[in-house]
Write a protein that binds this ligand. Structure first.
Ligand code: DQA
Length: 148
């Protein structure tokens, strides 16, 4: 498969729509539309089409993931706080039928203990944290590697 064929879903969980108004020492200053535009641009440079989705609602997120099965080649997922406890997100990602990279803007390993727990980590092809927006570029590169 040529990389030009790759379709990647960029999935964000709760409060990620509030980027730009969240603590900048953890999350930087980009808004979600700015972050999405950046990831789309990095995708274009790599021949990857990126489709973006964010929800603050578990049900909407689950339904969206269910609809991606067989449609995408890979996903980049930042489940926000759901990462740490929302088992239904894990179960939905299991139905994706495609590899996903777990990304966190902040250094979740160096913050409060509850942020070190990830209920999706064992399913993820890779996990990247603490790299800010660049973590998403690393995730695209990881997807290219995985799909090669
Ligand atoms: C986050 C880390 C989570 O602990 C937090 O709840 C978020 C964002 C990150 O990108 O660093 O909302 O996933």
């Amino acid at each position: 498969m040529s990389t030009a064929d790759l379709r990647v879903a960029l999935l964000h969980g709760p409060n990620i729509n509030m980027l730009g108004r969240r603590p900048s020492e953890h999350y930087g200053t980009l808004t979600l539309p700015e972050l999405e535009a950046r990831v789309r641009g990095w995708g274009e440079e790599r021949g990857i089409r990126v489709g973006c989705f964010q929800s603050n609602d578990v049900g909407s997120f689950l339904s969206h993931v269910h609809g991606l099965s067989g449609i995408v080649d890979a996903a980049i997922v930042n489940p926000g706080a759901w990462t740490h406890y929302e088992w239904s997100i894990r179960d939905a990602l299991e139905t994706l039928g495609a590899p996903f990279v777990e990304v966190h803007l902040s250094d979740v390993e160096a913050r409060e203990p509850h942020r070190r727990i990830s209920v999706v980590r064992d399913l993820a092809a890779r996990a990247i944290w603490g790299r800010g927006p660049e973590g998403y570029r690393d995730a695209l590169d990881a997807i290219l590697e995985i799909s090669a």
